[in-house]
Design a protein around this ligand. Structure first.
Ligand code: HEM
Length: 122
């Protein structure tokens, strides 16, 4: 449940990023708004990584969600560096890629209800 919530928040934060990027290009306060959105993405991707570590049961569960969350966090750090360095030719497509990957991650995390349904015994 906690893992799913953090991925939903991550996807919403990434959805807001191109909107604030549009404001950055068209309004005086847009840069501040895009920076706030960037802090938001940073925070929720870090929360996602922490959640993936916390829900992992050593010896029982697959560590794959931790690898995905860590990779995603690494891409987010690269995205922030590219934004600050104003490398827009890489920054804009990476932003779109991050959103797509986040939607994909969301579709792969089993819903809390489905994950907690007891198996039917025969
Ligand atoms: C599709 C989504 C995104 C688009 C279209 C976009 C676009 C832009 C543009 C046009 C700039 C200005 C570059 C310049 O000054 O030449 C920028 C800066 C920046 N972006 Fe994004 N961005 C997106 C997503 C993100 C995300 C997801 C993050 C953070 C994880 C981020 C972090 C930053 C940062 C830190 C800056 C520098 C802001 C500053 O100089 O004050 N961006 N972005």
């Amino acid at each position: 449940m906690f893992l799913r919530v953090t991925i939903i928040l991550q996807t919403l934060a990434l959805f807001a990023s191109p909107i604030t990027a549009g404001l950055l290009l068209s309004t005086p306060h847009g840069r501040t708004l895009h920076s706030v959105a960037a802090y938001g993405v940073f925070t929720v991707t870090l929360l996602h990584l922490i959640a993936a570590i916390l829900v992992w049961r050593p010896g029982g569960g697959s560590p794959r969600p931790i690898a995905y969350a860590a990779g995603f966090f690494g891409l987010t750090l690269a995205q922030i560096a590219l934004g600050i360095a104003q490398v827009t030719t890489l920054h804009v497509p990476l932003g779109a890629l991050l959103f797509g990957l986040s939607v994909l991650q969301l579709s792969r995390v089993p819903a809390w209800r489905r994950a907690h349904v007891a198996p039917v015994s025969s």
